[in-house]
Write a protein that binds this ligand. Structure first.
Ligand code: RBF
Length: 158
């Protein structure tokens, strides 16, 4: 399993471009707030660690992960952003809803990447249970929010 070998918060600091002139949009889902709140904290802290100014990090919330597509699309229509990041946590339940949401969000964000002028970074945790989500939101496998921040800076530079 890739995450058993790779901590999401480990990266080469010097390989990340300076973000002091970059503007970021972040869309966060309100479902599983204990997880998405931690993803957001990590993401913002890492952007700032690389020079991004607090006032250049714009955070909007949406009710659930499915709405991340609409939120990110609206941000891509606003010319001001260098990159948009979506953060959400989908946890498997008793019905097939999990699969539909995950597939829908993944396809929606992929499509945005192929059609907009700025990168949209995919920060969706798709886990079988809450513990797996905690492990990847500041737990033993690091914080996916950190990883998304690093990817956003690199892709903004691209
Ligand atoms: N949204 C999430 O972000 N994470 C979830 O784990 C999640 N589970 C859901 C389970 C069910 C049965 C339903 C109906 C919705 C769930 N949603 C979840 C909300 C979904 O992303 C979306 O907000 C709603 O379906 C309304 O479009």
């Amino acid at each position: 399993m890739a995450t058993a070998l790779h901590n999401l918060s480990d990266y080469d600091f010097n390989a990340v471009p300076d973000a002091s002139n970059m503007i970021f949009g972040i869309v966060v889902a309100e479902w599983n707030p204990e997880i998405t709140g931690t993803l957001l904290e990590g993401c913002v802290a890492t952007l700032e660690k690389h020079g991004a100014l607090t006032e250049n990090i714009h955070v909007k919330t949406v009710p659930g992960s499915f709405e991340l597509i609409y939120g990110a699309h609206q941000m891509t229509l606003n010319d001001g952003y260098d990159a948009v990041i979506v953060l959400g946590s989908v946890i498997r339940g008793e019905t097939p809803h999990f699969d539909y949401i995950c597939e829908g969000v993944t396809a929606g964000i992929a499509r945005l990447n192929a059609t907009s002028n700025i990168p949209v970074i995919y920060g969706l945790l798709t886990t079988n249970d809450l513990q797996q989500a905690k492990d990847r939101a500041g737990g033993k496998f690091g914080n996916k929010g950190d990883e998304c921040a690093v990817v956003a800076i690199k892709m903004a530079k691209f």
